[in-house]
Design a protein around this ligand. Structure first.
Ligand code: ATP
Length: 234
């Protein structure tokens, strides 16, 4: 579904991505692991169009989408839940959800908002509250729910578990799995490597801007070298 081929990305003169390639098969969950500063967020920004690659190509559903803008990619079915969630804190929960569907022209938006609220009852309960008054975990749910309302084929999630308490983290991973089972392909960036690999099919390991390892999630979970370097020794 997604094929990233040899992309380079720079901030000014500093090269942050060095010929990154990866593939995401339709229906799967793929995780990118890596330490702080490895280039995970930059990879997501490049795939979602926030940053233009200086070399290489990105194909989505057989089409070359290299260099397209985020709004163009959203229309093609690629939605990003950015690091740090970035919900609109001065707008209500309901308004945040409506923003997720702003580019849609179909008649199913109200029904989809209802469905999303059924899936996330806390958002229904708090629909009139300002986004900024929600807890971290609730804001993450709102950010994911908002992205779902764009009806993505591919959902990009940048560190969805960051800064959340362990019980909430477990909820978020469960929600990601459910979204995938309902038919959305997922590309996930995580530092919470063990839990991310447990719900995913395939993983890549990024180190200072280069892919240094890849394999089925099972294989990565059972690789002592990777476990030690990226997953801790638990
Ligand atoms: P983290 O988990 O800390 O977000 P990451 O793997 O997502 O790490 P990136 O955010 O992609 O890493 O950053 C990769 C490198 O690019 C880092 O060395 C970082 O300092 C640098 N970098 C990130 N954003 C910018 C920017 N806007 N301008 C200049 N350098 C940047």
């Amino acid at each position: 579904m997604l094929k990233v081929n040899g992309i380079n990305a720079f901030y000014g003169k500093i090269q942050v991505l060095k010929s990154i390639s990866l593939e995401v098969e339709e229906g799967s969950i793929v995780t990118i692991l890596g330490a702080n500063g490895a280039g995970k967020t930059t990879t997501m920004k490049t795939i979602s169009g926030l940053l233009k690659p200086q070399a290489g190509s990105i194909q989505f559903q057989g089409q070359d989408v290299t260099g397209l803008r985020p709004d163009q990619l959203l229309r093609k079915g690629i939605a990003l839940v950015p690091e740090g969630r970035q919900i609109l804190s001065g707008m209500t929960v309901l308004e945040n959800l409506e923003m997720g569907a702003y580019h849609r022209k179909d008649n199913e938006i109200d029904q989809d908002i209802k469905n999303v609220m059924e899936r996330f009852p806390i958002l229904e309960e708090r629909q009139k509250q300002l986004g900024g008054t929600l807890s971290g975990g609730q804001q993450q749910m709102l950010a994911i729910a908002r992205a779902i309302l764009s009806k993505p084929k591919l959902l990009l999630l940048d560190e969805p578990s960051m800064g959340l308490a362990p019980l909430i983290v477990a909820d978020i991973f469960k929600i990601i799995k459910e979204i995938n089972e309902a038919g959305t392909t997922v590309l996930l960036v995580e530092q919470n490597a063990r839990q991310a690999l447990k719900i995913s099919d395939y993983g890549y390991v990024l180190e200072t801007g280069k892919m240094v390892a890849e394999g089925s999630s099972q294989k990565l979970l059972n690789d002592p070298r990777i476990m030690e370097a990226y997953l801790g020794r638990k």
